[in-house]
Design a protein around this ligand. Structure first.
Ligand code: G1P
Length: 300
């Protein structure tokens, strides 16, 4: 596989978000905000920074909010313009910058992540592409995780998957890889297993929700049968790809927050607040006060 720039990014956003019920009764989990931007916006910005200009959202029939969010809001823009609110107007316009297009594909049945990615095939076609799982929010001062990976993929011409070390007891929540020794940031993957119990895990190197994949993955996905959890797993198609072509595990620079969990979403909010131009000081004061009050109560 030879790589030019990665132009297309797939966002599987058809999940039900049951962990965040009742909020997710009406608000898709990808629309939950960190400060003032929905989770999906962080993933979209990361894809655009990496060079993508075609964003493919794989949604279900309940996720109108995601499509509405990326639609042009003429009335709102007009109102902001008339009111002279240039800064807010810019924020609204930059949800989807000029030259970037959003395409929506429906996943009729929740058959798994692999199946969701396969739904994007008619739009992606025969070129390498990115997959971003918006639950995994990656914070970095320098280049975003996908940009780092796209550069590595372009240099090697291979598929690249983001990984990070997780505690041994957490392997059951992730795809886990075994690799050759790492050369700088990456190592060739020899094995990949979806959500193994700690005793069966080949390592504690976990797959994080960023992938740069060869289009060959679509053919392999067609052949995948239901795996872990009875779902069509992307991991199983990647396991098949390993037998044919190099796939690299890439230890990105940055901090990942698992915003698919309550504590991860809280942690991300705190971190972004502490790094925020205007919120940093008040957030710090507020946290100190809150911890102080708790301390007093604990001593009572
Ligand atoms: C998916 C993948 C898993 C990966 C994880 C990263 O699992 O199947 O291999 O480690 O994303 O977030 P999910 O979290 O959707 O169950």
């Amino acid at each position: 596989m030879s790589h030019g720039r990665i132009r297309k990014a797939v966002f599987p956003v058809a999940g039900l978000g049951t962990r965040f019920l009742p909020a997710t009764k009406t608000v898709p989990k990808e629309m939950l905000p960190i400060i003032d931007r929905p989770l999906i916006q962080y993933a979209v910005d990361e894809a655009i920074e990496a060079g993508c200009d075609t964003l493919v959202f794989v949604t279900n029939r309940y996720k109108h909010a995601v499509a509405d969010y990326f639609d042009k809001a003429y009335e709102l823009e007009q109102k902001l313009e008339r009111a002279g609110k240039a800064e807010q107007l810019e924020l609204v316009r930059n949800v989807l910058p000029e030259g970037v297009r959003a395409v929506f594909v429906t996943q009729a049945e929740a058959l798994g992540l692999g199946h969701a990615v396969l739904c994007a095939r008619p739009i992606v076609g025969d070129e390498p592409f990115a997959v971003l799982l918006p639950d995994d929010l990656i914070w970095n001062r320098g280049a975003g995780a996908l940009k780092q990976m796209a550069d590595a993929a372009q240099a090697s011409g291979a598929s690249v998957i983001a990984v990070e070390d997780v505690p041994a007891e957490s392997t059951g929540s992730y795809g886990i890889v075994a690799t050759d020794t790492f050369d700088g940031r990456q190592g060739r993957i020899r094995r990949i297993v979806e959500k193994p119990a700690p005793a069966d895990a080949p390592s504690n190197l976990a797959v994080v929700g960023r992938y740069v994949l060869s289009p060959r993955i679509f053919e392999l996905l067609e052949a995948v049968t239901p795996g872990a959890g009875g779902e069509i797993q992307l991991t199983d198609a990647i396991a098949a790809l390993l037998a044919e072509a190099p796939v690299y595990a890439y230890r990105f620079q940055g901090t990942r927050f698992d915003c698919g969990t309550h504590i991860g979403l809280i942690e991300a909010t705190i971190r972004y607040a502490l790094d925020h131009e205007k919120l940093s000081d008040p957030a710090r004061d507020m946290m100190q006060r809150a911890l102080g009050e708790l301390g007093v109560r604990e001593r009572d």
